[in-house]
Ligand binder design. Structure first.
Ligand code: SF4
Length: 349
Protein backbone atom coordinates (compact mmCIF):
# COMPACT_ATOMS: atom_id res chain seq x y z
CA UNK A 1 0.00 0.00 0.00
CA UNK A 2 1.28 3.42 -0.93
CA UNK A 3 2.20 5.61 2.01
CA UNK A 4 2.70 9.35 1.67
CA UNK A 5 6.05 10.63 2.81
CA UNK A 6 7.99 7.37 2.45
CA UNK A 7 10.13 8.39 -0.53
CA UNK A 8 12.31 11.38 -0.97
CA UNK A 9 11.21 12.51 -4.46
CA UNK A 10 8.14 14.54 -3.66
CA UNK A 11 5.84 15.20 -6.62
CA UNK A 12 4.22 18.00 -4.68
CA UNK A 13 6.02 21.20 -5.57
CA UNK A 14 6.61 20.27 -9.22
CA UNK A 15 4.86 22.52 -11.71
CA UNK A 16 3.03 21.46 -14.84
CA UNK A 17 6.06 21.69 -17.15
CA UNK A 18 8.13 19.58 -14.75
CA UNK A 19 5.42 16.93 -14.47
CA UNK A 20 5.11 16.81 -18.26
CA UNK A 21 8.87 16.29 -18.52
CA UNK A 22 8.69 13.61 -15.84
CA UNK A 23 5.91 11.77 -17.71
CA UNK A 24 7.94 11.94 -20.92
CA UNK A 25 11.04 10.66 -19.17
CA UNK A 26 9.02 7.63 -18.09
CA UNK A 27 7.94 7.00 -21.68
CA UNK A 28 4.43 8.44 -21.24
CA UNK A 29 2.50 10.89 -23.35
CA UNK A 30 3.03 14.51 -22.12
CA UNK A 31 -0.72 14.62 -21.51
CA UNK A 32 -0.21 12.20 -18.59
CA UNK A 33 1.94 14.82 -16.88
CA UNK A 34 -0.87 17.37 -17.21
CA UNK A 35 -3.34 14.85 -15.75
CA UNK A 36 -1.01 14.31 -12.82
CA UNK A 37 -0.83 18.07 -12.33
CA UNK A 38 -4.63 18.36 -12.27
CA UNK A 39 -4.87 15.49 -9.78
CA UNK A 40 -2.33 17.00 -7.41
CA UNK A 41 -3.40 20.61 -7.40
CA UNK A 42 -6.92 20.96 -8.74
CA UNK A 43 -8.48 17.73 -7.45
CA UNK A 44 -6.15 17.73 -4.44
CA UNK A 45 -5.74 13.99 -4.70
CA UNK A 46 -2.58 12.97 -2.89
CA UNK A 47 -2.82 9.23 -3.07
CA UNK A 48 -1.29 7.94 -6.29
CA UNK A 49 -3.34 4.74 -6.01
CA UNK A 50 -6.53 6.75 -6.33
CA UNK A 51 -5.51 8.69 -9.44
CA UNK A 52 -7.46 6.25 -11.55
CA UNK A 53 -7.42 8.34 -14.72
CA UNK A 54 -3.69 7.59 -14.92
CA UNK A 55 -2.74 4.23 -16.34
CA UNK A 56 -1.81 1.55 -13.85
CA UNK A 57 1.62 1.17 -15.41
CA UNK A 58 2.34 4.92 -15.08
CA UNK A 59 1.23 4.88 -11.46
CA UNK A 60 3.45 1.87 -10.72
CA UNK A 61 6.42 3.59 -12.34
CA UNK A 62 5.77 6.68 -10.24
CA UNK A 63 5.38 4.67 -7.06
CA UNK A 64 8.82 3.15 -7.53
CA UNK A 65 10.63 6.46 -7.14
CA UNK A 66 8.18 9.16 -6.10
CA UNK A 67 5.78 10.06 -3.35
CA UNK A 68 3.23 12.77 -2.67
CA UNK A 69 4.24 14.09 0.69
CA UNK A 70 2.32 16.74 2.63
CA UNK A 71 3.58 18.11 5.95
CA UNK A 72 2.22 15.90 8.74
CA UNK A 73 -0.09 17.63 11.22
CA UNK A 74 1.36 16.94 14.66
CA UNK A 75 -0.80 19.22 16.75
CA UNK A 76 -3.68 21.65 16.39
CA UNK A 77 -4.21 24.10 19.23
CA UNK A 78 -7.32 26.21 19.03
CA UNK A 79 -7.64 29.53 20.78
CA UNK A 80 -10.77 30.77 22.59
CA UNK A 81 -11.28 33.15 19.65
CA UNK A 82 -11.21 30.28 17.10
CA UNK A 83 -7.67 30.91 15.84
CA UNK A 84 -5.96 27.56 15.28
CA UNK A 85 -2.22 27.01 15.39
CA UNK A 86 -1.09 24.03 13.32
CA UNK A 87 2.19 22.32 14.10
CA UNK A 88 3.60 20.45 11.11
CA UNK A 89 6.34 17.86 11.14
CA UNK A 90 8.35 17.78 7.93
CA UNK A 91 9.97 14.74 6.34
CA UNK A 92 13.37 15.49 7.90
CA UNK A 93 11.90 15.74 11.40
CA UNK A 94 11.91 19.55 11.63
CA UNK A 95 8.82 21.49 12.63
CA UNK A 96 7.01 24.53 11.31
CA UNK A 97 3.80 26.29 12.25
CA UNK A 98 0.91 27.82 10.37
CA UNK A 99 -2.05 29.72 11.78
CA UNK A 100 -5.67 29.70 10.64
CA UNK A 101 -7.51 32.88 11.58
CA UNK A 102 -11.26 32.64 11.00
CA UNK A 103 -12.93 35.95 10.13
CA UNK A 104 -16.52 36.93 9.45
CA UNK A 105 -15.80 37.96 5.89
CA UNK A 106 -12.84 35.85 4.82
CA UNK A 107 -10.49 33.54 6.69
CA UNK A 108 -6.75 34.02 6.66
CA UNK A 109 -4.09 31.35 6.60
CA UNK A 110 -0.67 32.46 7.81
CA UNK A 111 2.03 30.13 6.49
CA UNK A 112 5.77 29.64 6.99
CA UNK A 113 8.52 29.95 4.39
CA UNK A 114 11.51 28.69 6.38
CA UNK A 115 12.27 26.45 9.34
CA UNK A 116 13.23 29.14 11.86
CA UNK A 117 14.57 32.49 10.74
CA UNK A 118 17.95 34.16 10.48
CA UNK A 119 16.77 37.78 10.64
CA UNK A 120 16.79 38.06 14.43
CA UNK A 121 14.03 40.61 15.13
CA UNK A 122 14.05 41.14 18.88
CA UNK A 123 10.25 41.08 19.20
CA UNK A 124 9.81 37.70 17.49
CA UNK A 125 9.91 34.23 19.00
CA UNK A 126 10.82 32.59 15.68
CA UNK A 127 14.14 34.41 15.86
CA UNK A 128 14.91 32.42 19.03
CA UNK A 129 14.87 29.18 16.99
CA UNK A 130 17.68 30.36 14.76
CA UNK A 131 17.64 29.29 11.14
CA UNK A 132 17.51 25.65 10.07
CA UNK A 133 16.63 25.63 6.37
CA UNK A 134 14.44 26.92 3.57
CA UNK A 135 11.14 25.22 2.97
CA UNK A 136 10.77 23.33 -0.28
CA UNK A 137 8.00 24.32 -2.67
CA UNK A 138 5.92 21.26 -1.75
CA UNK A 139 6.22 22.13 1.94
CA UNK A 140 4.92 25.63 1.32
CA UNK A 141 2.01 24.58 -0.91
CA UNK A 142 1.51 21.57 1.39
CA UNK A 143 0.57 23.81 4.34
CA UNK A 144 -2.27 25.25 2.26
CA UNK A 145 -3.37 21.85 0.95
CA UNK A 146 -3.45 20.48 4.49
CA UNK A 147 -5.58 23.38 5.72
CA UNK A 148 -8.00 22.75 2.83
CA UNK A 149 -8.03 19.00 3.50
CA UNK A 150 -8.81 19.67 7.18
CA UNK A 151 -11.76 21.84 6.16
CA UNK A 152 -10.27 24.92 7.83
CA UNK A 153 -10.40 26.93 4.61
CA UNK A 154 -12.52 26.20 1.62
CA UNK A 155 -14.11 27.02 -1.62
CA UNK A 156 -15.32 30.55 -0.90
CA UNK A 157 -11.80 31.93 -0.93
CA UNK A 158 -9.38 32.85 1.80
CA UNK A 159 -6.34 35.01 2.30
CA UNK A 160 -2.86 33.58 2.48
CA UNK A 161 -0.15 35.56 4.19
CA UNK A 162 3.53 34.63 4.24
CA UNK A 163 3.92 35.92 7.77
CA UNK A 164 4.62 32.70 9.64
CA UNK A 165 8.13 31.49 10.34
CA UNK A 166 10.92 32.80 8.18
CA UNK A 167 11.84 35.63 5.86
CA UNK A 168 10.12 34.76 2.55
CA UNK A 169 12.56 36.76 0.45
CA UNK A 170 15.46 34.69 1.74
CA UNK A 171 13.66 31.74 0.14
CA UNK A 172 12.55 33.74 -2.85
CA UNK A 173 12.71 31.14 -5.60
CA UNK A 174 10.63 28.58 -3.70
CA UNK A 175 8.17 31.17 -2.39
CA UNK A 176 7.51 32.56 -5.86
CA UNK A 177 7.18 29.10 -7.38
CA UNK A 178 4.69 28.22 -4.63
CA UNK A 179 2.85 31.49 -5.39
CA UNK A 180 2.60 30.50 -9.06
CA UNK A 181 1.31 27.02 -8.15
CA UNK A 182 -1.25 28.44 -5.73
CA UNK A 183 -2.59 30.88 -8.31
CA UNK A 184 -2.39 28.84 -11.53
CA UNK A 185 -5.87 28.75 -13.09
CA UNK A 186 -5.34 25.14 -14.24
CA UNK A 187 -4.37 24.07 -10.74
CA UNK A 188 -5.24 25.48 -7.34
CA UNK A 189 -6.60 28.66 -8.89
CA UNK A 190 -6.44 30.85 -5.77
CA UNK A 191 -6.64 34.59 -6.32
CA UNK A 192 -3.23 36.26 -6.45
CA UNK A 193 -4.89 39.33 -4.93
CA UNK A 194 -5.50 37.36 -1.75
CA UNK A 195 -1.89 36.34 -1.24
CA UNK A 196 0.49 38.60 0.65
CA UNK A 197 4.23 38.22 1.04
CA UNK A 198 5.66 40.04 4.02
CA UNK A 199 9.31 40.99 4.25
CA UNK A 200 11.59 42.53 6.83
CA UNK A 201 13.23 44.42 3.96
CA UNK A 202 15.55 42.38 1.77
CA UNK A 203 15.82 45.24 -0.71
CA UNK A 204 17.87 43.57 -3.49
CA UNK A 205 15.29 40.79 -3.70
CA UNK A 206 12.45 43.32 -3.58
CA UNK A 207 13.96 44.96 -6.65
CA UNK A 208 14.08 41.57 -8.35
CA UNK A 209 10.48 40.90 -7.31
CA UNK A 210 9.38 44.19 -8.88
CA UNK A 211 10.24 42.67 -12.28
CA UNK A 212 7.89 39.66 -11.88
CA UNK A 213 4.99 39.49 -14.36
CA UNK A 214 2.50 38.54 -11.64
CA UNK A 215 2.90 39.75 -8.09
CA UNK A 216 1.41 38.93 -4.71
CA UNK A 217 0.50 41.78 -2.38
CA UNK A 218 3.44 43.20 -0.54
CA UNK A 219 3.73 43.84 3.18
CA UNK A 220 6.76 45.50 4.74
CA UNK A 221 7.60 44.78 8.35
CA UNK A 222 8.83 48.29 9.17
CA UNK A 223 8.39 48.63 12.94
CA UNK A 224 10.56 51.68 13.55
CA UNK A 225 10.96 55.20 12.25
CA UNK A 226 14.64 55.85 12.93
CA UNK A 227 17.73 53.94 11.87
CA UNK A 228 18.87 53.79 15.47
CA UNK A 229 15.74 52.01 16.76
CA UNK A 230 15.41 49.81 13.68
CA UNK A 231 19.05 48.73 13.92
CA UNK A 232 18.37 47.68 17.48
CA UNK A 233 15.12 45.75 16.99
CA UNK A 234 15.65 44.53 13.40
CA UNK A 235 19.34 43.88 12.74
CA UNK A 236 18.62 43.54 9.00
CA UNK A 237 18.43 47.34 8.95
CA UNK A 238 22.21 47.49 9.35
CA UNK A 239 22.48 45.78 6.00
CA UNK A 240 19.64 47.42 4.07
CA UNK A 241 18.50 50.53 5.82
CA UNK A 242 15.17 52.25 6.20
CA UNK A 243 15.82 54.83 3.52
CA UNK A 244 16.83 52.28 0.90
CA UNK A 245 13.82 50.13 1.81
CA UNK A 246 11.36 53.01 1.50
CA UNK A 247 12.91 54.07 -1.82
CA UNK A 248 12.29 50.57 -3.18
CA UNK A 249 8.70 50.72 -1.89
CA UNK A 250 8.17 54.08 -3.59
CA UNK A 251 9.14 52.54 -6.95
CA UNK A 252 7.40 49.20 -6.45
CA UNK A 253 4.88 48.46 -9.24
CA UNK A 254 1.32 48.33 -7.93
CA UNK A 255 -1.93 47.66 -9.73
CA UNK A 256 -4.50 50.47 -9.55
CA UNK A 257 -6.01 50.81 -6.08
CA UNK A 258 -3.48 48.39 -4.54
CA UNK A 259 -1.40 49.53 -1.61
CA UNK A 260 1.61 48.24 0.26
CA UNK A 261 0.82 47.13 3.79
CA UNK A 262 3.19 48.59 6.35
CA UNK A 263 3.40 46.41 9.44
CA UNK A 264 4.30 48.35 12.54
CA UNK A 265 4.72 46.61 15.90
CA UNK A 266 3.97 48.96 18.77
CA UNK A 267 6.53 48.42 21.54
CA UNK A 268 6.00 50.34 24.75
CA UNK A 269 8.36 53.32 25.08
CA UNK A 270 10.33 52.16 22.05
CA UNK A 271 8.23 52.65 18.92
CA UNK A 272 4.96 54.10 20.23
CA UNK A 273 5.63 57.82 20.77
CA UNK A 274 3.67 60.66 19.16
CA UNK A 275 6.88 61.65 17.39
CA UNK A 276 7.16 58.11 15.95
CA UNK A 277 3.63 58.39 14.55
CA UNK A 278 4.44 61.75 12.93
CA UNK A 279 7.74 60.48 11.56
CA UNK A 280 6.04 57.38 10.18
CA UNK A 281 3.54 59.54 8.29
CA UNK A 282 6.44 61.56 6.86
CA UNK A 283 8.39 58.46 5.85
CA UNK A 284 5.41 57.03 3.99
CA UNK A 285 4.82 60.11 1.85
CA UNK A 286 4.62 59.11 -1.80
CA UNK A 287 4.12 55.40 -1.03
CA UNK A 288 0.59 54.08 -1.68
CA UNK A 289 0.25 52.32 1.65
CA UNK A 290 -1.87 51.40 4.63
CA UNK A 291 -0.51 50.83 8.10
CA UNK A 292 -1.25 47.78 10.21
CA UNK A 293 -0.52 48.62 13.82
CA UNK A 294 0.32 45.49 15.80
CA UNK A 295 0.34 45.98 19.55
CA UNK A 296 3.18 43.78 20.77
CA UNK A 297 2.15 40.35 22.03
CA UNK A 298 4.36 39.60 25.03
CA UNK A 299 6.35 36.37 24.80
CA UNK A 300 8.52 34.79 27.47
CA UNK A 301 12.13 35.95 27.43
CA UNK A 302 11.66 38.82 24.94
CA UNK A 303 12.70 42.29 26.13
CA UNK A 304 9.60 44.30 25.18
CA UNK A 305 6.26 45.38 26.59
CA UNK A 306 2.87 46.05 25.10
CA UNK A 307 1.80 49.71 25.14
CA UNK A 308 -1.30 50.72 27.07
CA UNK A 309 -4.53 51.00 25.10
CA UNK A 310 -4.60 54.81 25.15
CA UNK A 311 -1.13 54.92 23.52
CA UNK A 312 -2.28 52.56 20.78
CA UNK A 313 -5.35 54.73 20.04
CA UNK A 314 -3.31 57.93 20.14
CA UNK A 315 -0.78 56.54 17.66
CA UNK A 316 -3.57 55.58 15.28
CA UNK A 317 -5.27 58.95 15.75
CA UNK A 318 -2.12 60.89 14.84
CA UNK A 319 -1.69 58.82 11.67
CA UNK A 320 -5.33 59.43 10.71
CA UNK A 321 -4.93 63.18 11.34
CA UNK A 322 -2.02 63.06 8.92
CA UNK A 323 -4.14 61.21 6.32
CA UNK A 324 -2.46 57.84 6.74
CA UNK A 325 -4.90 54.89 6.81
CA UNK A 326 -4.03 52.92 9.89
CA UNK A 327 -5.74 49.91 11.39
CA UNK A 328 -5.03 48.28 14.70
CA UNK A 329 -4.69 44.56 14.14
CA UNK A 330 -6.89 42.64 16.49
CA UNK A 331 -4.81 40.31 18.63
CA UNK A 332 -5.83 36.77 17.76
CA UNK A 333 -4.79 33.46 19.25
CA UNK A 334 -2.74 34.96 22.07
CA UNK A 335 -3.79 32.25 24.58
CA UNK A 336 -2.20 29.57 22.38
CA UNK A 337 0.85 31.61 21.34
CA UNK A 338 -0.45 31.88 17.78
CA UNK A 339 -0.44 35.67 17.65
CA UNK A 340 1.99 37.74 15.59
CA UNK A 341 5.59 37.23 16.62
CA UNK A 342 4.79 34.21 18.79
CA UNK A 343 5.47 31.35 16.38
CA UNK A 344 8.30 29.09 17.43
CA UNK A 345 8.85 25.45 18.00
CA UNK A 346 11.74 25.76 20.39
CA UNK A 347 11.80 22.09 21.36
CA UNK A 348 12.57 21.25 17.76
CA UNK A 349 15.50 23.59 17.44
S1 SF4 B 1 9.60 38.90 12.47
FE1 SF4 B 1 9.79 37.67 10.59
S2 SF4 B 1 11.79 38.29 9.78
FE2 SF4 B 1 11.82 38.94 11.92
S3 SF4 B 1 12.73 37.19 13.03
FE3 SF4 B 1 10.49 36.90 13.04
S4 SF4 B 1 10.07 35.55 11.32
FE4 SF4 B 1 12.12 36.43 11.00
Amino acid sequence: MYQAGMKSNNLLGLDQAELVRLAESLGEDPFRGRQLYVQLYRRKQHNLDLMTDLSKSFRSRLLQDYSVSLPAVRQVVTSRDGTAKLLFRLDDGTFIEAVHIPEETRDTLCISSQVGCAVGCTFCMTARMGFARNLRVGEIVGQVLRAIEMGLVGENGFNIVFMGMGEPLYNYRNVMKAFRLLTDSEGMNLSYRRITVSTSGVTPVLRQMAEEPKLPNLAISLNATTAEVRNRIMPINKRWDLKELLDVCRDFPLEPRRRITIEYVLLKDETDSDEDARRLARLLRGIPSKVNLIPYNPSPGLPHERPEEHRISRFQEILSELNVSAFVRKTRGIDVAAACGQLAHLEAS
